[in-house]
Design a protein around this ligand. Structure first.
Ligand code: LMR
Length: 358
C-alpha cells in the first residue's frame, strides 16, 4: 500500500490518495481510495511467454530476434523470455548477439537465456522456432542438406519438420509447421511488381508442396486490389504465359538467385517471413485471407498423400490451422502438385533411411 499526499494549487485542500496494488499472476489491480470514494482499476499484464530460437547466432536470427523482441511478432504487450540456442563453436558470436539484444533495451524482453545445451533450451517452451541449419551454398539443392540437418528444421524445411515431428511424438503433429511463407511473400511481390501495386494489394496466392524448386506457386485463386476493386490475378494480368512460366520459375528459384547475388542465403526476407508465419499462428489470419504453410497432409481433400509435410493454403483461428477447402484444381495445377508431392515422398524416404541407419 502507498500513501500519496497531493496538494493541488487550485484545490485549497490537500487530497490524500491511497494506492493498493494487488498482483495476481498476469494481473495487477490498482485500487485508489480518495475522499470521494474508491476506484479499482484492473490492468491485465500477460505472463511472459518463453520463445526458443535455434541457430540464434546465425544470419536469419540476427534479423528475427529484434522483431520478436520489439513486439512485432507476439504483440506490443506480450512480455517474452527469449531462449537462444546454438552450437558450442558459435557461443562467442552468440554472446555478441546477447549483448546487442541487451543494448536494444527492449521493454518486452524479460530475460534472455543463451545456451548450447538442448536440455536447457527445450524446457517449458511456448513457441520453438527451429531456424538452425547449415545454409546451402551456390549450386546445391536444399535436399542436399538432409543428412547434416536431421536434428534441426532448417532446409530442407518440410522434411526436417516431418522428422522433428516424428522425433517428438508427444507434441501433436498439427503443432509442427514449416516455412513456405517466404515463397508465399515472393509470389505476392512478383505479382505486385508486375502490376505496379504493393504486395499488400495481393492476397490468397498459394504455395503447394515443398520449399524447393518443385514447389508450385499458384495464383488461380489469388486476388489483387486495383483501383479499389478486387479482381482475380489472371484477369488483372491477362498474361497467362508469364503466369504459367516465368512467374513460377522465378519464385521457385528465388532462393538460389539470392544466394548467387549475395553469396549468402536469404536472411532479412526469411526473418520477415518467419515473423509473418508466427504472427498469423498467434493472432489468426485476417478474414477472407489465407496463407501458405507446410503442415501435415493427413486428411486433406486435395489428393496429397497422407504423412507428408506439404505446403497448403490454410486459415488460422485460435492458434489452430485448417486447410482451405473446396478450391477447384485444374489439370495444370494437378500435375505440379503431384510432382512436388513425389519429391517430398522421396525426401522422406531418404531421411528415414538415414535415421534408421544412424
Ligand atoms: C530461401 O528460399 O531463400 C532459403 O530457403 C535459402 C535457400 O537455400 O534457398
Amino acid at each position: 500500500m502507498a500513501l500519496l499526499m497531493v496538494h493541488h494549487p487550485l484545490v485549497q485542500d490537500t487530497v490524500t490518495l491511497i494506492f493498493t496494488i494487488t498482483m495476481a499472476p498476469g494481473t495487477m489491480v490498482l485500487t485508489i481510495t480518495m475522499a470521494l470514494g474508491t476506484v479499482a482499476l484492473t490492468i491485465t499484464m500477460p505472463e511472459p511467454i518463453r520463445v526458443l530460437v535455434t541457430g540464434a547466432a546465425g544470419q536469419i536470427a540476427y534479423s528475427l530476434l529484434y522483431s520478436i523482441g520489439n513486439g512485432s511478432v507476439f504483440g506490443k504487450d506480450q512480455p517474452i523470455i527469449l531462449v537462444l540456442l546454438d552450437i558450442t563453436p558459435m557461443m562467442g558470436v552468440l554472446d555478441g548477439v546477447l549483448m546487442e539484444l541487451q543494448d536494444c533495451a527492449l521493454p518486452l524482453l524479460k530475460d534472455i537465456i543463451a545456451t548450447d545445451k538442448e536440455e536447457v533450451a527445450f524446457k517449458d517452451l511456448d513457441v520453438a522456432v527451429l531456424v538452425g541449419s547449415m545454409p546451402r551454398r551456390e549450386g546445391m539443392e536444399r535436399k542436399d542438406l538432409l543428412k547434416a540437418n536431421v536434428i534441426v528444421v532448417g532446409n530442407p524445411a518440410n522434411t526436417n519438420c516431418l522428422t522433428a515431428s516424428k522425433s517428438a511424438p508427444s507434441i501433436p503433429k498439427e503443432n509442427f509447421s514449416c516455412l513456405t511463407r517466404l515463397d508465399h511473400n515472393r509470389a505476392k511481390s512478383q505479382i505486385a511488381l508486375k502490376l505496379g501495386v504493393t504486395a499488400d494489394d495481393v492476397k490468397n496466392v498459394i504455395i503447394w508442396g515443398n520449399h524447393s524448386s518443385t514447389q508450385y506457386p499458384d495464383v488461380n485463386h489469388a486476388k489483387v486490389k486495383l483501383q479499389g476493386k478486387e479482381v482475380g490475378v489472371y484477369e488483372a494480368l491477362k498474361d497467362d504465359s508469364w503466369l504459367k512460366g516465368e512467374f513460377i520459375t522465378t519464385v521457385q528459384q528465388r532462393g538460389a538467385a539470392v544466394i548467387k547475388a549475395r553469396k549468402l542465403s536469404s536472411a532479412m526476407s526469411a526473418a520477415k517471413a518467419i515473423s509473418d508465419h508466427i504472427r498469423d499462428i498467434w493472432f489468426g489470419t485476417p478474414e477472407g485471407e489465407f496463407v501458405s504453410m507446410g503442415v501435415i497432409s493427413d486428411g486433406n481433400s486435395y489428393g496429397v498423400p497422407d504423412d507428408l509435410l506439404y505446403s497448403f493454403p490454410v486459415v488460422i483461428k485460435n492458434k489452430s490451422w485448417k486447410f482451405v477447402e473446396g478450391l477447384p484444381i485444374n489439370d495444370f495445377s494437378r500435375e505440379k502438385m503431384d510432382l512436388t508431392a513425389k519429391e517430398l515422398a522421396e525426401e522422406k524416404e531418404t531421411a528415414f533411411e538415414f535415421l534408421s541407419s544412424a
